[in-house]
Design a protein around this ligand. Sequence first.
Ligand code: F6P
Length: 580
Amino acid sequence: MAGGKLASNYSAWKKLQTLYDSTHKSLNLRELFDSDPKRFEKYHRIWTPSSDSSKQNTSILLDFSKNLINEQIFETLLELAREVDIPSATEDLFTGKHINTSEDRAVLHIALRNFSAQSDPKWAISEPGVDEVHPVLEHIHHFSDAVRSGEWKGYTGKSIKSIVNIGIGGSDLGPVMVTEALKAYSKRDLNAHFVSNIDGTHLAETLLKCDPETTLFIVASKTFTTQETITNAESARAWFLSHAHDRSHIARHFVALSTNTKAVTEFGIAKENMFQFWDWVGGRYSLWSAIGLSIALVIGYENFESLLNGAHAMDKHFRTAPLEQNLPVILALVGIWYNDFYGSQTHALLPYDQYLNKFADYFQQGDMESNGKFVTKDGHRVDYQTGPIIWGAAGTNGQHSFYQLVHQGTKLIPADFLAPATSLNPIESSKHHRILLSNFFAQPEALAFGKTEDEVRKEVGANATEALVKSKVFEGNRPSNSIMFPVVTPHLLGALIAMYEHKIFVQGTIWGINSFGEALPPIISYKYSHAFKILDQMGVELGKVLAKNILKQLGSPGDVKGHDSSSISPFIEHSVMLPH
Ligand code: F6P
């Protein structure tokens, strides 16, 4: 099984460092394009799903020509992928090897959307739970049909009008992002709400919009122990019972999505109202599992299955395409070039599609929780950068807030621009979309080629001050990828999400870290190991454990002790800060 080696020990890594040292001052995108009219030809790929999926309006064009790479750099990046042996690491993923080493688990979100197992033995996976994937999908199918058709009734005989998904992190962000991205396919008279924050405001404001007789609560938690989710679910149950009075009515209004049957039944949710998934599904990779129930309710089961199919089509591409044709691999390698050699700290995701306005939020968890690790699989502290800070917003809104810094600030911010060729809302004969696309095309161009001092002088005339001239110069040479697809469909979205999932996997594999489990710093393991048995994000868990202790102390402020001089005590001393 591949993994664990320090990336800086690979000879291709060292070669890349030498290449960076010798080229970074001279590589210039204007010159690269001027000297090679075929640059786009070389540095773009079009992926179209093969076989059964080809009926779908899915293809993805990745233009990576506006990156600070030349043939030698790209070849050396591919050499790195070969040296790390990405193909065999990929096989380990798809065949269910325990690549989540810290928890000794397989990583099988790919099994949740695997529609090839019956027809192709290569796709068969033997892992407990995998055989139950399709029965759970059937359960989701029946249940979502029943709710959407009005056949499922609440305790007073009325159909469901609102669903409230209560979950956090991976049990929230995926459904939030996908239901937003596929709103055009949604049942408009079913209101979907998502409650995640422990701040009571989130639940209270949501309940104001709900009628207990027509609301279905979906308690989504892999572990069913997450403080925020369980507290919100208990409060939702109390609110419901304050109207329904009889606990037997819970069965019509509460379902659970979890791996923890015992905790679900203890909460009062019947086993038949539980949608199961398995410990080999990571929280941030779980929208394909029962966690996607709210998605199926909002867009219908057929569309949900199409989403899974799109992801599976991308899985096939990722598993079989040669490295130099492989979209996730290319995205990963180009990302590593900036993250580890140029010293870029962040990576922006900039979808030019309002429906994708939660895309960056979703991959903030997907990427940062996966690759925000400083220890390799075999316990060495890395001597290079791992996961970038992921951020972004939908275009063109971002252009009116942070793009100034991306264009003329002092930081190098690689970005992915994403856009559909066709809008799902072609109002005014697609005038809006043409304007949107003109911006989608203009921004990468402006970033790459900028505006020289000569060009500015011509523009402002001889009387302009030097300061004005300088302030109008765009240095350019700022890299980006452009990713375009025909239209946002469930199938396309599935493929797009899977593409980024695999990008994260490839990067994590190159960095030698466990993208699917914890990197447990020794001091934490010693002090808090009891709390980490079933959890897989140590960085997140330390805060949780500390909060638990503080919560006890907040109950009686006199007990607040054992903290440094700035944490808690001074706040408690100021009565205005006393918790109520
Ligand atoms: O924040 C850590 C985390 O474990 C995420 O990875 C996960 O998605 C989230 O908490 C929620 O966990 P659960 O689904 O078990 O409630």
